[in-house]
Design a protein around this ligand. Sequence first.
Ligand code: GAR
Length: 189
Amino acid sequence: MLVSGRGSNLQAILDAIAQGGLDADIAGVFSDKPDCTALTRVPARLRWSRDAKSYADRAAFDAELGDAIAACDPDWVVCAGYLRILDNGFVRRFGDRLINIHPSLLPRHPGLRTHQRALDAGDAEHGASVHWVIPELDAGPVIAQVRIPVLPGDDAAALAARLLPAEHALLLSVLRKAVAGRLSPPRGA
Ligand code: GAR
């Protein structure tokens, strides 16, 4: 699992595993933000974090991150609130098992501030997508999406809060397929 922030998606996965709703183990939790809350949700032995700012460039950080992940030999590499672009070398290395959850109905609103951008665009619906990661930001093939209506009076915070539980359910449903061997990587990954 790759995380940068609060880790509610990670927590949903941990809860599902604990309750027998996901037949998986977390091999490691990796972060570019050593102080992030997400890391505190797992035992210290599962945590890896480095301050990305102390590396010469993105490739240097991603190479070390990739080595740490490879050492765990995970079946899946899941970006669950990982808010940093992964370089091409990392994507080539793990692309056949690398997925991300993104809070928009891709291809609408790649990048940041997705909830506000959905409101600004007057979208009637908003949602989240789980997709394969490719070198281009938030542009890999979509695996599954969840949709919610935009309601009158919604602001970005209200929309984000209403979407979050649906995001968790979406990511879990994709991970159940993944661990059951029912998710095929895109051609060329
Ligand atoms: C989630 O909304 C996730 O979709 C989003 O960050 C949030 C992380 O929440 N991811 C992205 O924006 C990736 N581009 P969490 O730390 O509570 O799981």
